[in-house]
Design a protein around this ligand. Sequence first.
Ligand SMILES: [Zn+2]
Length: 553
Amino acid sequence: MRVRFDRFYTYSELTELLSGWAEEFPTLLFVSSIGLSYEGREIPIATLTNAETGLPEEKPAVFVHAQVHAMEFTGTTAALHLLDHLLHSGDPRVRLARDTRTFYVVPRVNPDGAEAGLADGRFRRSSVRPYPREEPQDGLHRADIDGDGRVLFMRLRDPNGPWKLHPEDARLLVPRAPDDLEGDFYRVFPEGTIRNWDGVTVPIAPALEGLDLNRNWPFDWAPEAEQHGAGPYPTSEPEVRALVQAIVDRPNIGTYVGYHTFSGVHLRPYSGRSDESFPNHDLRAYELMGREATKITGYPAISIFHDFKYDPKLVIRGGDVDWVYDILGAFAWVTEFWSPQRQAGLEGYHAIEWLREHSPEDELAVLRLADELGEGYVDWYPFEHPQLGAVELGGWDLVRFWFNPPPSRLEEEVRPHADLAVFFALCSPLLQITSCESEQIGDDVHRVRVVLENAGWLPTNVTQKALERDAVRPIEVSLELPEAARVVTGKEHEEAGQLQGRVEDRQVTWWGVDHSTKNRTKVEWVVAAPPGTRIGAVARHERAGTARAELTV
Ligand SMILES: [Zn+2]
């Protein structure tokens, strides 16, 4: 079975695909559940690694999840495509990643919101649990009022309307200038009906489903008044609680990626702090990984705090990446798939500011793209609204064009991101036993020496922050001895600290480079054992993996 790009998956199609793969590739993919959604759906997690080369928990891991936000279907497609690629690709880098690393993929964190959104096309931010109020409020509620499966906009002529026709294409509406005194002016509402209308004013009702599951994380969380949708307390929502638990239950995770839409950017922490807050090593590693990410996907890699604030004076609170990075000390990323602006040929725009304000020329350029793709903008058509009377329906199809690429562009949009996930996996530390030898130093007495190396790019601790937070344990090396043998000198479980990676080695001539064998260490024991005894050595590090070796004295 291969992933499909011609449509977005329903929950049952998604679970069928996963279980089909688990059957087809029993040594590569294993499906389990991280918990139940609000409506009681299992939230599946796929664990992908070559079982013949070791257990998943004994390899460094990349954790990917998608569709925390209900209408961001592209993320799920990308997560499934990642699994598809890892299962089917014969690329030596993919084979190496499969053999030596683990991928945990949660293709749809919020199955309830996605299922509801697929069914009626109505925008929901996240889960379907009513919040902060149980009952719908008075005012206009978005809905597909003409039953065409789309929730668009309604426009009606109004001499005091804030919009006017675009001078070059009358399908578009642009802001009316202060001195635009004559002409056709319009008022615009989201498509929907008005609950308890007074016949005059049209308040826009807050969505009944007001939660934002990416504001419900246990870091810098803030209540409703300060951060909409954050929930009553951190991890109050079952989907977030399940995700947080799934992550802490897998201490081998060194890199974390959340798949979202839209903007065509890679986002990194912090959400709420400037880059000054980073330990230098971590910021440099982030920048280097970000540069490579841009090479692979074409998306700029930017800081949420510096470059992706929805409002210059407001920071996002209670989000995932700050918790993953700052508390666990793992590298955390958000991928925002798809930029209609970039596709339309625009350059040098600010991902968020552009949405707030841009020129009529830019608007027209994006409309041209929608025309070329054959979907995304619906020309206005008359409709008799049950309350407002004669209106026109039409305008941007946000869900099908802005929040997700149309199916014709879906595959090319998500494809490079599987390569990026493989790159992230290959960045991780990788503990190896490079030699395991003994030397006889007396009758039935031997010195056993185990040499360990970190063959990966990142240090075994992954981040500096992990050390600061005491979030990662040192390497532990143990001997496995049969009955007849015993340790004379040394501990059965020796700690071997952390090993550096290559990440800081950027220029041979830079005097700050540490040219020592910083990625290598040794552990020695004196062991009493009769000749011919088999001795095993095991080196474990939660983030760098487990390595085993054997020798005969
Ligand atoms: Zn999102």
